[in-house]
Design a protein around this ligand. Sequence first.
Ligand SMILES: Cc1ncc(COP(=O)(O)O)c(C=O)c1O
Length: 354
Amino acid sequence: MAGKASRKLINETRRYLYSTFSLSELEYELFFHSGATESIVSFTYSFMEWARISGKKLLICFSSIDHSATLTLKDRFWGEHVSFYQLKLTDDLKYDHQANLAELKRFHQENPEALILYHHLWVHNETGLVSPLEELKPFKEISSLYLHIDGVQSPGKIRNWRELSVGDMFSFSAHKFGAMKGVGFSFFVKGMKYFPLLTGGGQQRDLRSGTENVMGVYSVKLAMEDLLKVDIENTYKLKCELKSFLKEELKDLGGVLDVAPSNSNTIYFYLNHLTSDISLALFDLHGLMISAGSACSSGTAKPSNVLREAHLNGVARNGLRLSLNFATTSDEIQKIKSEILLVFKKMRLTLPRY
Ligand SMILES: Cc1ncc(COP(=O)(O)O)c(C=O)c1O
């Protein structure tokens, strides 16, 4: 595609995003990338550089049930000046804001020069738990603290997904709302120092180099136009119906992880006696596309951090996630229910062997 035509599509998508999120181009930077993994690493790299160049310390805050893109940051060496704080959680898997705020205020008092990069997961990718952004306001009292909001799971799944408040940085992956895979976008407040991870031809000025994925970028606009038509309330209603059904049917087989407030489409459940790699095969045979609660590697279910944090260690390898799509209908829910009943019937028949 000719350069001019590409630029036109990219600029159109940029304008569309600023307008959809009601953000001003004067106040926020926007750049496209390959997805939230790149964005999270880019922001972290930027803070590491900012701290190193200015001779400051950097504290990075994350939680034990973050998406692995954030969780694995601590496994890399970012420099002697970088340390980590694992945010405390309550028993119902929420951020323990009171305890964390006290801890970070204490750190700031002892290290007034240090930068703090706080990663916040807005909507949890496994449980669907929503952690409202307004609750983060008190953290903004710490002058050197910057908030990165992982918004990957919010578009179309919570009512107020277009209200990007309180945060300094916001990351999105477009395939989560129907656009092409391998493309995403981020906003961050102007005035915040930014050191790009990818340097080179300066295609997105000093924010990110490398030729943009033009069709991917434009698919963001097309997908978001459709997303605005999604009936979030209706999907939420259907999810609640399916969740109640699962709670009842799982009484002798496992359980549902009940989090609140939750998004419109995710249900996290577990089986008492089957690891997720095995149960997934059973669901698959019945045409039910269910995901493992935590990623499987080499065909073996890994223990889920979510289930561990919920004190369900005994079933930590048995987590399962059911996600409704944006257009799920009531008829489809009835069909899912009857297939699930068949799977559970099979499971009950084999249970005595365990
Ligand atoms: C909450 C959350 N953050 C980050 C990511 C990483 O996104 P990507 O794989 O598109 O880079 C995902 C992907 O599933 C996610 O769900």
